[in-house]
Design a protein around this ligand. Structure first.
Ligand code: ADP
Ligand code: ASP
Ligand code: MG
Length: 407
């Protein structure tokens, strides 16, 4: 049993859909059961969102979900038609027909259950083409899983049907050391751990939706990221033990959605920071990096980053709470980007962060905030340096050459 997910570019035209159908037929002819999971044709989700936002600045989220889910309905049925033309018995299924049940958090719903038995049984004598990105909540409302959510649909279906592998077909050959469309010297990685992929995805490498990686790790589903334009082997995302030797730095990523918010001149006393972040947490605003300066005469500055979708909300909250704690000014700056290096080998190598700071400094790039975890270091810098920073970090850690060795 193989689950194959085809992204927007892979089903972007009728010709591309025909090629996808041919690939599925080859897999089927080789003796495998196939469940295909499709994204909307490329550009379609954005087009639909623009239509909705043309009518309302803040469309009702339930209706936004009903609107954008239609993109996947089109590609799923077209692919089933194309398979039929090749003599392959196929049926398209929407999220609710595949019994993909989610919670009711419209536009960012989480999958609660899938009827894997049913899908496995149906897939025995026909190809199932399931619309990605969507499900329905307990009341039958259509929900979607967040941008890039078809990856998560595919991995969840692979887990529920106990598939052997989940293949993610996209417009690049696999997972690269950094975005190959930004840094030409980027190199394809043959194997990467779930942990590293999780960090890369959360730090801006959109090749896999982060939640799909988390699910694959939880259920031990190997992911094979590969191109729908060729037959070359892609990247296997797998457990750490399965890798021969871990590299120090596996990849570099940039998150352009970061916004820096600074609260100036707040009282430096117990409970102040708890008040600020408590209010943000209550409003479901996810805070990423945090820095608090040394205090001068009982006052300090507090800086933190949020994602651009949360900017307005976060600023409102900071202003409101700020009034109670002496804040003079709340500033928001979206002209920043978070660049990160990731690698499980960082666990037992010293000096990696220092080397990162040096590489940025040598290019005159100022670091505005830093955060680290066991296997990553991130720096917030001015957005105008994004490409330069990616390139110097990528090449500086030896990712452009000597495959497999890293830093
Ligand atoms: P799909 O429509 O198939 O889901 P996406 O556009 O969501 O495809 O993801 C593929 C894109 O991810 C690539 O075209 C590439 O520009 C981008 N990308 C960012 N970082 C990486 C990386 N480290 N490796 C590969 N691709 C990356
Ligand atoms: N079509 C959706 C999007 O563009 C889901 C996906 O492609 O994975 O975000
Ligand atoms: Mg995607």
């Amino acid at each position: 049993m193989i689950v194959q997910k085809y992204g927007g570019t892979s089903v972007g035209t009728v010709d591309r859909i025909r090629e996808v159908a041919a690939r599925i037929k080859r897999t089927r002819d080789a003796g495998h059961s196939v469940i295909a999971v499709v994204s909307a044709m490329s550009g379609e989700t954005d087009r639909l969102l623009t239509l909705g936002r043309g009518l309302s600045e803040k469309p009702v989220e339930r209706e936004l979900d009903a609107l954008v889910a239609s993109g996947e309905q089109v590609s799923a049925s077209l692919l089933a038609i194309a398979l039929g033309e090749l003599g392959v018995s196929a049926r398209s299924m929407l999220g609710y027909q595949a019994r993909i049940v989610t919670d009711a958090a419209h536009t960012k719903a989480r999958i609660q259950s899938i009827d894997g038995e049913l899908l496995r049984r149906l897939a025995q004598d026909q190809v199932l083409v399931i619309a990605g990105f969507q499900g329905s909540d307990g009341d039958g409302n259509i929900t979607t899983l967040g941008r890039g959510g078809s990856d998560t649909s595919a991995v969840a279906i692979a887990a529920a049907t106990k598939a052997d592998v989940c293949e993610i077909y996209t417009d690049v050959d696999g997972v690269y050391t950094t975005d190959p469309n930004t840094v030409p010297s980027a190199r394809k990685i043959d194997r990467i751990t779930y942990e590293e992929m999780l960090e890369l995805a959360s730090l801006g490498a959109k090749v896999l939706q982060i939640r799909s990686v988390g699910l694959a790790m939880k259920y031990g589903i190997p992911i094979h990221v590969r191109s729908s334009f060729s037959d070359t082997e892609g990247t296997i995302v797998t457990r750490e033990e399965a890798l021969l030797e871990s590299v120090v730095v596996a990849g570099v990523a940039a998150d352009k959605k970061a916004v820096k918010i600074t609260m100036r001149h707040l009282r430096d006393e117990p409970g102040v920071v708890a008040k600020v972040f408590g209010a943000l947490a209550e409003a479901n605003v996810v805070v990423d990096m945090i820095i608090q300066n040394v205090s001068v005469e009982g006052h300090t500055d507090l800086t933190f980053t949020v994602s651009e979708e949360d900017e307005r909300h976060a600023v409102e909250i900071a202003r409101k709470v700020g009034e109670e704690i002496g804040v003079k000014e709340v500033l928001a700056n979206a002209d920043v980007v978070k660049v990160s290096i990731v690698g499980v080998g960082m666990r037992n190598h010293a000096g990696i962060a220092a080397k990162m700071f040096r590489l940025l400094a040598d290019e005159g790039i100022n670091i505005e905030a830093i955060s680290t975890s066991e296997i990553k270091t991130s720096c917030l810098i001015h957005a105008k340096y994004t490409e330069l920073a990616l390139r110097v970090l990528h090449d500086g850690f030896g990712l452009a050459n000597a495959p497999g060795e890293g830093a």
